[in-house]
Design a protein around this ligand. Structure first.
Ligand code: NAP
Ligand code: ZN
Ligand code: ZN
Length: 369
């Protein structure tokens, strides 16, 4: 790749925090953004969530990192400039930007509003944009995004708890809908009570499903039942508890962020039950332990194991509207940007209830050297 000059490659100055190497340590970073094109929207970043994926990207766990890297793909902000062809939003609107900022718009998946499965999908950061330059994310003062990828936000939605919906929220909402699990009369198990998991509980309950949390952490039981509204709680290493719930679930949504055995979850599924995998273990892809599944666990009960990957723009807006209607909010800890290195280490230890959100709007500018 040709040498990059982040500070001068575009005409508009930008400032954020970037990782420079696989230590993942973030520090102040001057760079630049493109001018607002005809179909572009410039957004002043107010809040940005920290996803488990950010930690793995910054540390180059999946060996795809390009440094300097400005992470952040759960962005909420205010429109400050629009191109002359933009119809979707106007200056002053509060909007979101999630994981995707580009796709081909012509493949079968794009035509069906599934940009998240487009082979040319462009991620909000650490991805190559149409002009060949690397994308930078929301740990920064502003972003410039084609209007198609701008997410509209209904009025009166609290902005500080919204960012996690734009990655964690859509990642759980999409399979709940697509696999017909988020419905009255369905029983769903949610494995892993973290950023994704706690939103999965809230969405599945709002959709009318019966929800059981399956967790490695007995200490999360009270919160799962009393605060998040789950109907039941199982400790995943307690064989008796799993046995008690055998063959009761229509689906299990696995959000665990580490390599782990899937065997216990098949026995929880009823006939035709589905195990939906969402987690991306912090292990280099080529040494990731293969999934070892005895075929018997699948054919006894005609069970299916599937994956699901974030969601398209249309479905993400539908999810935001659903969350507003049912008052679904992420549980967040709001932190200043200069806490981000501690926060990402805490994310790796699942030491947050349940998502960090950086108050970029109020805390970034003062860190500028
Ligand atoms: P998170 O907040 O850290 O939550 C993950 C949860 O997994 C933890 O709270 C913990 O729950 C459980 N867990 C952690 N380590 C474990 C271990 N060694 N064994 C068993 N359980 C363990 O992470 P997140 O932000 O929700 O993200 C979850 C995963 O989804 C990550 O791998 C992330 O990269 C991935 N992701 C995927 C997509 C997609 O499109 N598919 C999108 C976004 C994120 P308990 O304490 O309850 O056991
Ligand atoms: Zn994410
Ligand atoms: Zn496409």
């Amino acid at each position: 790749m040709a040498e990059r000059s982040p500070e001068t490659e575009y005409p508009i100055k930008a400032y954020g925090w970037a990782a420079r190497d696989s230590s993942g340590h973030l520090s102040p970073f001057n760079f630049s953004r493109r001018e607002t094109g005809k179909e572009d929207v410039r957004v002043k970043v107010l809040y940005c969530g920290i996803c488990d994926t950010d930690f793995n990207m910054m540390k180059n766990i999946w060996e795809t990192a390009v440094y300097p890297m400005v992470p952040g793909h759960e962005i909420v902000g205010e429109v400050t400039e629009v191109g002359n062809k933009v119809k979707k939003v106007k200056i002053g609107d509060k909007v979101g930007v999630g994981c995707i900022v580009g796709a081909c718009h012509s493949c079968e998946n794009c035509v069906n509003d599934l940009e998240n499965y487009c082979p040319e999908m462009i991620f909000t950061y650490n991805s190559i944009h149409l002009d060949g330059k690397i994308t930078y994310g929301g740990f920064s003062d502003h972003v410039v995004v084609n209007e198609h990828y701008i997410l509209r936000i209904p009025n009166n939605v609290p902005l500080d708890s919204l960012p996690p919906l734009l990655c964690a929220g859509i990642t759980v909402y999409s399979p709940l809908k697509y696999f017909g699990l988020g419905k009255v009369g369905k029983h769903v198990g949610i494995v892993g009570l973290g950023g994704l998991g706690h939103l999965a509980v809230k969405f599945a309950k709002a959709m009318g499903a019966q929800v059981t949390v399956i967790s490695t952490s007995p200490s999360k039981k009270t919160e799962a039942l009393e605060c998040l509204g789950a109907d039941a709680f199982l400790v995943s290493h307690d064989a008796d508890q799993l046995e008690f719930a055998a063959e009761t679930m229509d689906g299990v949504i696995d959000t665990v962020s580490a390599a782990h055995s899937l065997a216990p979850y098949f026995s929880l599924l009823k006939l035709r039950g589905r195990l939906v995998l969402l987690g991306a273990p912090a292990t280099p892809l080529e040494i990731h332990p293969p999934l070892e599944i005895h075929p018997y666990s699948l054919y006894d009960g005609r069970k299916t194991i599937v994956g699901s990957y974030i969601g398209g723009i249309k479905e993400t807006e539908e999810m935001i509207d659903f969350a507003a209607k049912y008052n679904i909010k992420a549980d967040v800890e709001i932190v200043p940007i200069d806490y981000v290195n501690i926060a990402t280490e805490r994310v790796a230890k699942s030491d947050v209830k349940y998502r960090f959100v950086i108050d970029v709007g109020n805390t970034l500018a003062v860190t500028k050297p």
